[in-house]
Design a protein around this ligand. Structure first.
Ligand code: 5RP
Length: 265
């Protein structure tokens, strides 16, 4: 692996081999998402606890100060919306020139395996990998399911992750599943990070799936709504960080979370 690629991956994946990515890219298909109406304000108290920030070029340019110290994962696929015909109908939205100009440490894009647009989105991934590899920029593939959240089984996710890695993704972001998640990770030759999905009802649920996912081989998370849509985003991200980087169990993370909430941190 050449120096530039190694350097960028080292910025994203920490010396302990783990990672906490904070995504705020949701507006690219769902508009001004709850608690993300003003993304710059949303991330102010929590960014310091993340290892990287994932977002689109529009939010980066307009809402984020250029003196940001955290590496940027630029979301470069899109072209569909929640009110449109099919969320899977995505294209690559950002040129390689723009990716370099914005000094992205990585890019991310979605693939929709099994959908009407499977071929198109897999072609998007292959072409993006070709362009980005030329400049040492890692591609993180997102195994997206659109509205079909029930698709999240180990068999399906394992298929998606393996295909993404085979086509050249350097990191794969996928959903956690309760059964056989280790099979998803074991079948994927590149690091896997867990996506959060819609906000779940309790903090403990989040801590449990993050902890379990890590035990089963994920290197970390790319977790948005279950941090910044919660009532206590700072306590939430700090507790998740403790699971990822300090080997906390889900119970220890909950204790830390409750302590931070009590201290109003
Ligand atoms: C949207 C994305 C988001 O980055 C991803 O869903 C992670 O955010 P959340 O934890 O809120 O699901 O890739 O397709």
């Amino acid at each position: 692996m050449e120096w530039g690629m190694k350097n960028r991956l080292n910025k994203l994946i920490q010396p302990d081999g783990k990672a906490l990515f904070l995504p705020i890219d949701h507006g690219y298909f769902q508009g001004p998402t709850t608690k993300l109406e003003r993304p710059g304000e949303t991330i102010k108290p929590i960014l310091q606890y993340a290892d990287a920030l994932m977002l689109t070029r529009g939010v980066l340019r307009n809402c984020i100060e250029p003196n940001i110290k955290k590496p940027i994962i630029l979301r470069v696929s899109g072209g569909a919306s929640v009110v449109g015909e099919d969320l899977a109908n995505e294209t690559i939205t950002t040129s390689i020139k723009e990716i370099i100009k914005l000094n992205a440490s990585a890019v991310s894009m979605s693939i929709f395996v099994g959908s009407k647009y499977e071929h198109q989105t897999l072609k998007n991934l292959s072409k993006l990998v070709d362009k980005c590899e030329e400049y040492g920029i890692p591609v993180m593939a997102v195994t997206a399911v659109g509205r079909e959240l029930k698709k999240r089984t180990a068999r399906y996710l394992g298929l998606c992750c393996r295909i993404a890695a085979e086509l050249g993704a350097r990191v794969v972001k996928t959903y956690y599943c309760e059964q056989d998640f280790e099979k998803v990770v074991n079948g994927c030759p590149v690091p896997v990070v867990i996506a959060g999905g819609p906000k779940v009802s309790t903090q403990l649920e989040v801590f449990e799936f993050v902890y379990d996912g890590l035990q089963k081989g994920a290197i970390g998370v790319n977790l948005g709504r279950n941090i910044w849509q919660t009532q206590n985003p700072v306590a939430s991200i700090r507790a998740i960080r403790a699971i990822i980087h300090d080997n906390f169990t889900s119970k220890e993370a909950l204790d830390l979370f409750n302590k931070l909430v009590a201290e109003k941190k």
